[in-house]
Structure formats: C-alpha cells, structure tokens
Design a protein around this ligand. Sequence first.
Ligand code: ADP
Length: 179
Amino acid sequence: MSTWLDRRVEIITADITTLAVDVIVNAANPSLLGGGGVDGAIHRAAGPELLEECRTLGGARPGEVKMTRGYRLPAKAVAHAVGPIWRGGDHGEAETLASCYRRALELTEAHGYRTIAFPSISTGAYGYPIQQAARIAQQTVRDYLESSRAPLHVIFCCFSPGDTRVYEEVARELLQPRT
Ligand code: ADP
C-alpha cells in the first residue's frame, strides 16, 4: 500500500533492497563496512563489490553520507548515511539525523539522480524513537524539496506495517495548516 502525501513524496512498506530507484539510502555505521539490519540486507543483495568500494571510503561520521554504486541491487546507487545513536535526545541527535536526510538528497541531486528511497534511519539498532525520527525525516525532506528545483521523487520505505502507520500519522500531522 502506498500513500501520496503530495506530488513527490510517498510512504510504502517494502524491503528497500528490492526497489528499482536511482538511490537507496543505507542506515550505515561509521565504519561503512556493513552491519546488521538494513545495512546487512543491502550488502547481501548488492554483493561483495559493494564492500570493496566501501573499504575505499575511509568511514564516515554521524550525519555524513557517502555514495557508492549499487552493483547487484536494482537501485543504481547507495547513499550510506550514518545516523545518530539515540542517547536521550539532548546530544544533537535530531540535527545529526536531519543531516543524514539533507546530505543524501544533496548528493542525489548532485549526481543527477531523481528517485531516492530512505529506510527509517536510526530507529532500529540505534534506538531513535520512531515517531520523533519520522517527524524529522519528513520535515527535513519537505524543507529540502521546497528549496530545490530538482525533480526529485522521495520514497519513505518502511519495513513493517506498524512503522508505515507511524509515518502516515506523522504525514497527516505535518499537513495540518500551521496555526
Ligand atoms: P539503525 O542502526 O540506523 O537503527 P537498523 O538497520 O537497525 O539501523 O534499522 C533501521 C530501520 O531499517 C528499522 O526501521 C528497520 O526495521 C529497517 N529495516 C531493516 N531491514 C530493512 C530492509 N531490508 N528494508 C527496509 N528497511 C529495513
């Protein structure tokens, strides 16, 4: 099932490794050398060449994003984003998480790609409360799309129907007129 929020943003329930988009975003760790969760799934689906390229990148800090090719994935490229580990919310987690979304969109635009799919960064092993993370994800993407002229199409790819419901609820909240 999918819900159109507006022309360019969509929420779906899917395995992100199956999406034939230009860019899928990986919720990576600072080593950029693979891990569990969506990171492990992306590396398994992309094949060992992805790890080889990742070894050349020198890691990334939280909030940074680095792009690789997609190899055996249906996606053309992977944007490896290092999300924040949740430490209670007053350690800059929100700004770090927003930076992941912004940088991934900037890199996508800079490469001339148009379609990008995000997993719910940091809300698995990294422990970020999903409702708060979904707000930051969607607000950051909306702000970016408002300021950009690029014809981007953004997919929020949730892994469970429960996560999708949270994203849809947040989308409805954000569509309320500001008072
Ligand atoms: P993090 O360490 O950033 O929290 P995780 O991979 O543990 O990263 O979880 C991030 C989100 O990715 C979670 O919502 C998890 O359910 C989801 N996820 C795991 N596997 C996949 C997949 N194949 N496709 C899309 N989302 C996935």
